[in-house]
Design a protein around this ligand. Sequence first.
Ligand code: PLP
Length: 397
Amino acid sequence: MRVYMDNGATTRVTEPVMAAMQPYFCEIFGNPSSVHGYGREARKAVEAARAQVAKAINAEPREIYFTGCGTEADNWAIRGAAYANVKKGKHIITTNFEHHAVLHTCKQLEKEGFEVTYLPVDGDGLISPEQLEAAIRPDTTLVTIMYANNEIGTIEPISELAAVAKRHGVLFHTDAVQAIGHVEIDVKAQQIDMLSMSGHKFHGPKGIGALYVRHGVRLQRLMQGGAQERGQRPGTENLAGIVGIGKAIELATADIPGRAAKMAAIRDHMIERITKEIPYVQLNGHATKRMCGNVNLSFYFIESESVLLHLDMRGIAASSGSACTSGSLDPSHVLLAIGVSHEHANGSPRLSLCEENTMEEADYVVDSLVEIVARLRDMSPLYSDFLKGVETVGTDD
Ligand code: PLP
């Protein structure tokens, strides 16, 4: 059996998305900027996709800009807003458990003379509106807080946080790369000024993202070149990718409650079985304010890399931390931010579902985990030391 439970890293392109994209390689291949028929056909497809993306988050098509990925959208929103507002101030607020696309961008801005406040999340990974309010200063120009965390799945109170920013006249950006298709988003009702997304996280292709920028918000563009994307993001459009993200977001947002309920049932089944059948395990992230497809657990006394290797040998794909940091031996900054110890942070695999996963797959994964964790603990000096400690404590009584 092969099971893919690493949908937080990327998702497969589904057949309807592939079918929508297919004509845009060999048949309808014009440059959308060309004025001839080939170009006009391509332009029509780009604008149709822009409308699909806009509709999915209740934005206007003119508020959607296509980018090369989620990372680019984050970079542009943060740096573009920071540079455009230097006359007002140079203070930015974010959190200490953002994706590196946000954190490293903020670090770079610090080197350029901006000041950044990194709000600490609580043990569940939440930021409170009061905490944000207390951090806002007269020179604050931007707040950037992720919609849902990619590692532990905690969903932030985005409407409340954006309302605080709005009250203080500060721009509010959210990295919604993991949230699209999993939670209902309405940028107008939620007063979001900028929002980043990435096609490959919701069954679209890789190499295409989008940034929503509320009409009226001024951003400095990061690249110089042609007049594409209304002069704000130059470079010939990724035509097939744009068609793909349009179709993918339309499908991903067609029935969010239905998709989320299906995934949450599998997620909860897995969490319940794992925490019942495997001792010394801890669920990371909020118990209920959590992405419908996220299971992140710390298995004490063992390394998550070994767990992942054994899962892989059984045909199961999972990850530790985010795909961008897996391979690095540093413990996840997200787990450290919620107070998980260095030791336990190293034993925390993430299983991330999509709506295609089944209960049968979930049971196969849990059965495998039960065996793998027991076998690794049998070989773990940490575990045998722990058991000796337990025995010693027992004899003292
Ligand atoms: N933001 C979050 C929360 C993510 O999970 C990711 C990807 O893992 C990104 C940004 C970067 O997106 P992309 O891979 O499209 O650059």
